[in-house]
Design a protein around this ligand. Structure first.
Ligand SMILES: C[S@@+](CC[C@H](N)C(=O)[O-])C[C@H]1O[C@@H](n2cnc3c(N)ncnc32)[C@H](O)[C@@H]1O
Length: 261
């Protein structure tokens, strides 16, 4: 498996997807461990498909043993640089989230921002779930953040927004209306476009197409059961403390899956 070029523009990614309350999201992740796990010893956290590792850096700031894992060396370099600037201790690992081994299992694992959509086949998801369970302590918890099933169809496209920081302004397209959907493999070919403006530099335009698969709750439930890797599953509709249930109401605006080993 190789990393999409979209993620080579790490600074642009971080700005484009940085408008989130990472502190509150980490409070929610910690709540999941306290409410659904039973893990003793040193608190430890693994962020899978971590990108800039904003969550792993936040747990490091809280004094946890914290690890960011990604397939992209560029992302990990950026994450490590950020941790260094913030003077927090972050461990980084370059690996495929379907097949990895940590020296020691951890208490809490998270997979944020729909990164599971990079896994395109049932076999990959099952291998991934088993790999996570192998690296979780007994009683440890795995949290997956995905889009709400009602939000993944064509009506919401194109998905465009802009974001900026002092050193860069980015216009982002993540999905066009004409992107093809394969009804058999259930994969979208998603167009991504980044228009990047930096002071004193010519404007850059980066376009790419990558396949993603957004999982529906019933198929994800079946794959979790098939993996045999977890003892219990909870479904939530947002990352609040306490969270709302996953349902068809307005308060449910994403799909959060909490798994206990
Ligand atoms: C949407 S970004 C998510 C970054 C981060 N979790 C966040 O919340 O912003 C997806 C990340 O998944 C990584 N990735 C894609 N497939 C992967 C795989 N099979 N194993 C590990 N990382 C993967 C990409 O390199 C990219 O950094």
């Amino acid at each position: 498996m190789s990393t999409p070029d979209f993620y080579r523009n790490v600074r642009a990614y971080d700005i484009a997807f940085g408008d989130r309350d990472f502190h509150a999201e980490c409070d929610f992740l910690n709540w999941c461990l306290l409410a659904h796990g039973d893990c003793h010893g040193e608190p430890s956290f693994l962020e899978l498909a971590c990108g800039p590792a904003r969550h792993a850096r936040e747990f490091a700031r809280r004094g946890w043993h914290s690890i960011g894992l990604d397939m992209s060396a560029d992302m990990l370099e950026y994450a490590a640089r950020g941790a260094e600037q913030e003077q927090v201790k972050l461990e980084t690992r370059c690996a495929d989230m379907c097949n990895f081994t940590l020296p020691e299992p951890v208490c809490l694992v998270a997979n944020m921002m729909e990164s599971l959509t990079h896994l395109l086949t049932n076999d990959q998801v099952v291998a991934h779930l088993r790999a996570v369970a192998r690296n979780l302590r007994a009683g440890g918890v795995y949290v997956i953040e995905m889009a709400h099933p009602a939000g993944i169809w064509r009506e919401s496209l194109p998905n465009r927004w802009s974001a900026s920081a002092e050193d860069m302004q980015v216009d982002i397209v993540f999905g066009l209306r004409e992107d093809p959907y394969d009804w058999i493999t259930q994969q979208w070919t998603v167009t991504t476009q980044l228009t990047i403006r930096e002071p004193g530099q010519p404007e850059r335009f980066v376009e790419e197409r990558n396949n993603h698969r957004w999982y529906q709750p019933q198929e994800l439930a079946a794959l979790i059961a098939l993996s045999g890797a977890f003892s219990q599953v909870w479904w939530y509709g947002d990352m609040l403390v306490p969270p709302p249930a996953l349902d068809n109401s307005e308060s449910s605006n994403r799909m959060i899956v909490v798994l206990r080993r």
